[in-house]
Ligand binder design. Structure first.
Ligand code: CMP
Length: 140
């Protein structure tokens, strides 16, 4: 078990439906702690940069347009095995495949509007956290 940090995003479908509190309750009840948080609206360029790893995928353009369609909340989570732990409570990318009790099973609208994002590795977590936050904004 190692203490880790991971990036969480509450996506436009979550902010639009006023679900931030409900989703963050699930996050906090899992034992993860929110140690940085900001609400913002991405530009198209920022969305393309954040999701650059997916730029060859057929859904890249749609995904970027969706991510700028409303406000998002970016947050840093900290806890034991935070990367894997958060992915477990988010559930599968496609809500149709998400396990009972997970955030996406409960709240996601579709594979695109799937309410939350979470880093997929410790290395990517560091990159994604630095995309949104300076060290000064992360308060443990
Ligand atoms: P996320 O965890 O933010 O990482 C990439 C995102 O791309 C993913 O969640 C989904 O929102 C989106 N995505 C993945 N697969 C598809 C797909 N087949 N069609 C549309 N969007 C997708």
């Amino acid at each position: 078990m190692t203490l880790q940090q991971t990036l969480s995003i509450l996506k436009p479908d979550a902010t639009r439906r006023n679900l931030n509190g409900k989703i963050n309750t699930k996050i906090e009840e899992s034992g993860l702690k929110i140690i940085a948080q900001k609400r913002l609206r991405l530009t198209k360029e920022q969305a393309q940069k954040f999701y650059a790893v997916h730029e060859e995928r057929s859904f890249f353009n749609e995904l970027c347009d969706y991510m700028i369609s409303g406000p998002i909340v970016a947050q840093v989570l900290e806890g034991e095995d935070a990367v894997a732990r958060y992915r477990e409570i988010m559930g599968a990318t496609n809500p149709a495949n998400a396990a009972e009790g997970t955030i996406r099973k409960e709240f996601a609208e579709s594979i695109e509007a799937n309410s939350v994002h979470g880093s997929d590795s410790i290395e990517n977590a560091a990159i994604e956290i630095a995309f949104f936050f300076s060290q000064l904004e992360i308060v443990v």
